[in-house]
Structure formats: structure tokens, C-alpha cells
Design a protein around this ligand. Structure first.
Ligand SMILES: [Zn+2]
Length: 218
């Protein structure tokens, strides 16, 4: 497994959002994950590091994750990658839009990025698996998961995304979340399986009753 990845995590805006550069350390070509809040800073950081921004990857369509897309499209020739269900959900109209499915991959130099559809927080939420690292958006946080009481949320989908998709990844996978909500900036799947209460529930009913609280059972 190739381990040479360029990954930079930085926090922007008033809600502790993490923005990421991921790409190939040799070609210096990168994708920006969830550009928001400060496009000038994003462009300046890329310039400082000698990076070319060729793609924009969207974990989901909430304002705090996408409010820099428009601005970045004016400054770069990037294409925007979004899950096809999220594109429908937000009625995305950006030019250069690429609608992806779960399991699709993208190549940046020698680096492969796999799109994993993880609905729950929104219908088309997705995570990005980059070799041994997972960019988990607002699906999996360190010690928590994304809210499931918002328009388009579905707690049942969240349960399956967490337990049937993310918990099945290799234990050594590093987890890079969408917000700075925990003391440390990243975790591992092994640690989340051990310490994250949202990955402890043994059944969907248990997850809905005790984890989500607010959900009415039908
Ligand atoms: Zn969100």
C-alpha cells in the first residue's frame, strides 16, 4: 500500500470546521475538502505549500462546509465532487459538478481517493478514504456522530453508516473529522470502536432509543 500522501488539516471559521488538502506530495496536486469561511486563506496556504488545487470534495451540503466553494471556483479551475443524492438534496448548480456514487474513486497523481456514501446526517453525506486515512465529515466525529435531527437527516441510515460501513474499515485507519469538537485533531477506527458511544450500540433499536433520544419509534 502506498503511504505517501499529502494531507493538511486546518481549522477555519466560527464553528470549528476542519478544511483539508489531500493529494500527491510529488505532483503537489491536491483536492480541498469542504472549502468554507476563508477562501483567501485557503488559496494562500496552497500557494505557500506550492500546491495546485484541482478538485473540491464535498462531504455534505451544509452551509458551514460549502460556503467557500463559489469563491474557490472563481480562483481555481477545480471540479466539484459531490454524492449524487446530495446534489439532488441541495439542488446543486455549480459549474464543473461531478456527481459520484459510493465506491467511485478519483486519482490525484499516485494517490487514490475512494468515495463512501454514509447517509444519516444528510441523505448524500460521504466520507473519503485515502489509503489509510478517512476524512469523515459530519458522519463520524471523535467520540460522537453528526446530528440526525436536521432536515434530510435519518438516524436509521446513520446507524448503518457507522456500524456497517465505517466500523468495518481497518482498525488502523486514521479518522479526520469535519469539526474540531474533540481535544485531539484525529483518531483511529480502533479508538472510535472502543470509546465512541455511538459505535457501541448492539442494535438499531438501541441506537435509536438511547443514542438518538429524540427519535419516535414507529
Ligand atoms: Zn453538517
Amino acid at each position: 500500500m502506498a503511504s505517501s500522501i499529502y494531507l493538511k488539516q486546518f481549522e477555519l471559521g466560527p464553528m470549528g470546521n476542519y478544511v483539508y488538502f489531500i493529494g500527491d506530495p510529488n505532483t503537489r496536486e491536491v483536492a480541498v475538502v469542504d472549502p468554507a469561511w476563508d477562501v483567501d486563506r485557503i488559496v494562500a496556504l496552497a500557494e505557500e505549500e506550492g500546491l495546485t488545487i484541482s478538485n473540491i470534495l464535498i462531504t455534505h451540503s451544509h452551509f458551514d462546509h460549502i460556503n467557500g466553494v463559489e469563491g474557490l471556483l472563481h480562483r481555481t479551475k477545480a471540479k466539484v465532487y459531490i454524492n449524487k443524492l446530495e446534489a439532488e438534496f441541495m439542488k446543486a448548480v455549480w459549474p464543473e459538478l461531478v456527481k459520484v456514487d459510493s465506491g467511485d474513486t478519483m486519482h490525484l497523481g499516485d494517490v487514490d481517493i475512494t468515495f463512501l456514501h454514509t447517509p444519516g446526517h444528510t441523505p448524500g453525506s460521504q466520507c473519503f478514504l485515502v489509503h489509510d486515512r478517512l476524512i469523515s465529515g459530519d458522519t463520524l466525529f471523535i467520540g460522537a456522530c453528526g446530528r440526525c435531527d436536521l432536515p434530510g437527516s435519518n438516524p436509521e441510515d446513520m446507524y448503518y453508516s457507522l456500524t456497517h460501513k465505517l466500523a468495518k474499515l481497518d482498525d488502523r485507519t486514521l479518522v479526520f473529522p469535519g469539526h474540531h469538537y474533540a481535544a485531539r485533531p484525529y483518531s483511529t477506527i480502533a479508538d472510535e470502536k472502543r470509546f465512541n458511544p455511538y459505535l457501541q450500540f448492539q442494535s438499531l433499536q438501541d441506537f435509536l432509543r438511547r443514542g438518538m433520544g429524540i427519535v419516535k419509534m414507529s
